[in-house]
Design a protein around this ligand. Structure first.
Ligand code: FAD
Ligand code: SF4
Length: 456
């Protein structure tokens, strides 16, 4: 039988921000590893966007060698403790696992997390010969961290610039502590620093330095990994009332600034008794579960059905278990406020599913005369994020697409020679592992570019 990770009981976990899942025990990890068929063609490996040798690391866990298993994973993946927690394995490696036919795919994510956690703090620093060539990476989310780590492993003098006071991108300011503890991200960042990456925080590239300044400072190539952090709004009346938050502001206040520990930490969060979160992705579900832990009754308002919700299945289940009220087939049309300018109600209309739209999902269409009102004193808008616009706005010649993503070629090079881009800034909001895949590909392309241009 498949061994799954254990969870804090719902009644207990809604009162704290501690990690929901406790990971596989050593005994369960070995039992789970023993179920692996060690398939010769390893379809699971093809399902992994960074190509981890999955059967090989599982075999090492089976042999009771988690440290060696971690070294095997780190040949391809610099952030295994993070991926083991937040990657959608059910749509990737586990989907491809041959045992998935019988609905008992190996718990690859659980095993990856087990290896990372049980060998935490052990060093896998490869021997590198320094190339004496400087490369700059802008943005320290999963794309930037991965690219910087790979460049350092190739011997480049790599500087990682981050505008916030701490590294990690969405991993620290977006994904809540109860899904991905900050200490785990910190551990992975420390590993990347140990590889020789020079992390410079509180540097907003485009304001503190331009890309041209970086070239003048001697950087031979630049990788842009600035992410999609610009909130989208619905454009409905009432969105500028007090206690309407973008998901970004809401999560940043709570996660990064630790508002849930106010006044021990200085940033407060002002929410009421009934919170309506609008959206159906991971971001919306995270906001809903955070609001619940802050003591509110929470409605998740989504215009399609649960089947079309893009959030991970596991997180939807967790949210339901915790008591989030799923208000599906519902479209907000107006936020109503009181005379002091605070949110009081959310006016909505019921929807039904029509013909499929461009995304292949059935389009939600309004049901006539179905308006109704939800009592809510806080609204969190979590309907998506756009690419960060600063660098394209201030950099002459940096071409973007209609969606505002930075345009790249097949080698991830932008319209400016020597400037590469990847992750959410080039694809639009996506996943941790796809950002990491882009970081890896870009590091290889930068290496190739420098070798061709400078012959080194
Ligand atoms: P980011 O993680 O956004 O990092 C960009 C970094 O660049 C930031 O640190 C930013 O401060 C910095 N920066 C921006 N501009 C500048 C500048 N001019 N100068 C210097 N630094 C700059 N994906 C999953 O796979 N599983 C999940 O469970 C999941 N849950 C999510 C939950 C939330 C709440 C959110 C918001 C996203 C979630 N995602 C999830 C998506 C995933 O986190 C992103 O796709 C991924 O982080 C993108 O990585 P990135 O490196 O491209 O950008
Ligand atoms: Fe093991 Fe499944 Fe990969 Fe086969 S496909 S090697 S059973 S994890």
């Amino acid at each position: 039988m498949r061994k799954d990770v254990k969870h804090q009981p719902a009644s207990q976990r809604i009162k704290n921000f501690s990690e929901v899942s406790s990971g596989l025990t050593k005994e369960d990890a070995v039992l789970e590893a023993k179920r692996c068929l060690q398939c010769k063609n390893a379809p699971c490996r093809k399902g992994c966007p960074v190509g981890i040798d999955i059967p090989a690391f599982i075999q090492l866990i089976k042999e009771g060698k988690p440290q060696e298993a971690l070294a095997k994973i780190k040949e391809k993946n610099n952030l295994p403790a993070i991926c083991g927690r937040v990657c959608p394995q059910e749509d990737q490696c586990e989907l491809a696992c041959v045992l998935n036919n019988k609905k008992i795919a190996i718990n690859i994510g659980g095993l990856e997390r087990f290896a990372a956690d049980s060998a935490q703090g052990t060093s896998h620093k490869p021997q590198v010969t320094s190339k004496n060539i400087k490369v700059a990476v802008v943005g320290s989310g999963p794309a930037g961290l991965t690219c910087a780590a790979d460049l350092a492993k190739m011997g480049y003098q790599t500087t990682l610039f981050e505008s916030l006071h701490t590294a990690g991108g969405v991993l620290v300011y977006g994904i809540p502590e109860f899904r991905l503890p900050k200490s785990i991200v910190q551990g992975e960042v420390e590993y990347i620093r140990a590889l020789g990456v020079d992390l410079k925080t509180d540097v907003l590239v485009g304001r503190t330095f331009s890309l041209e300044d970086l070239f003048q400072q001697g950087y031979k190539a630049i990788f842009l990994a600035t992410g999609a952090g610009l909130p989208q709004f619905l454009g409905i009346p009432g969105e500028n009332l007090d206690r309407v938050y973008s998901a970004n502001e809401f999560l940043t206040r709570v996660n990064l600034m630790k508002a849930y520990q106010f006044p021990e930490y200085i940033t407060p969060i002002n929410i009421g008794k009934r919170v309506a979160v609008i959206g159906g992705g991971n971001v919306a579900v995270d906001c809903a579960r955070v609001a619940l832990r802050l003591g509110s009754e929470v409605y998740l308002v989504y215009r399609r059905t649960e089947v079309e919700m893009p959030a991970r299945a596991e997180e939807k289940e967790n949210a339901k278990e915790e008591g989030i009220n799923f208000q599906i087939l519902t479209q907000p049309i107006k936020i109503q406020g009181d005379e002091k300018g605070f949110v009081r109600r959310l006016e909505c209309i019921k929807m039904e599913l029509g013909a499929p739209d461009a995304s292949g999902r059935r389009r939600p269409v309004p049901v006539n005369d179905s308006n109704f009102v939800l009592d809510a004193d806080t609204v969190v808008v979590a309907i998506g994020q756009n690419p960060n616009p600063l660098l394209p706005a201030v950099t002459k010649g940096l071409v973007t697409t209609e969606e505002g993503t930075i345009k790249i070629d097949e080698n991830n090079m932008t319209s400016i020679p020597g400037v590469f881009a990847g992750g959410d800034i080039a694809t639009g909001a996506d996943t941790v592992i796809s950002a990491m895949g882009a970081g890896k590909k870009s590091a290889a392309a930068i290496d190739q570019y420098i070798k061709e241009k400078y012959g080194k």
